[in-house]
Ligand binder design. Structure first.
Ligand code: CU
Length: 169
């Protein structure tokens, strides 16, 4: 009973024993691995070229689409619309008249008056939005969705001295 399981393995080594067979088996994988190494090197080179081409072409394409998109001189805001700058200095808005294209518009409101509180309150055409009242120096953003028309803006702390209009085309 025990001899039977062992007999085939014992017979096996006898078959594999010829050194010629081992030599052939050993040499073939070596040649194969050399070929594989060259193939991998080629593949790696191709991958590198592909990655380099992809990396070069992508950023200019993205920059190309964003740069001409804005017709306004201001940079695009987080909402995708134009950003318009407005500042408060010496208890006055500068400029006192703003223009923007209809759609999403972000007003970047900078209070340059040290220690003097101001805010920006925009009203008109269904819009009634304002920033917090904060002493300068402070910069706040007011994101608006604007339809064509004329809007009024004011500082609620200084409604007489600080007011202006926003024209949306
Ligand atoms: Cu004010």
């Amino acid at each position: 009973m025990r001899a039977r399981p062992f007999s085939p393995p014992l017979a096996g080594p006898g078959d594999i024993a010829p050194p010629a067979a081992i030599g052939r088996e050993g040499s073939t994988p070596e040649a194969g691995s050399l070929c594989m190494a060259r193939l991998w090197a080629l593949l790696a080179a191709v991958a590198l070229v592909a990655a380099a081409c992809g990396g070069d072409s992508d950023p200019p394409a993205a920059g190309g689409t964003t740069a001409p998109a804005s017709t306004e001189p201001g940079p695009t805001g987080p909402g995708g619309g134009a950003t318009v700058d407005l500042s408060a200095e010496d208890t006055a808005f500068s400029p006192s008249s703003l223009e923007a294209d209809a759609g999403p518009v972000t007003i970047r409101f900078t209070n340059d008056d040290d220690g003097i509180p101001h805010n920006l309150h925009v009203t008109g055409a269904g819009v009634d939005q304002k920033t917090d009242i904060r002493p300068g120096p402070a910069t706040q953003r007011l994101a608006l969705e604007l339809e064509p028309g004329t809007y009024a803006f004011v500082c609620e702390v200084h409604p007489v001295q600080m007011k202006g209009e926003l024209i949306v085309r």
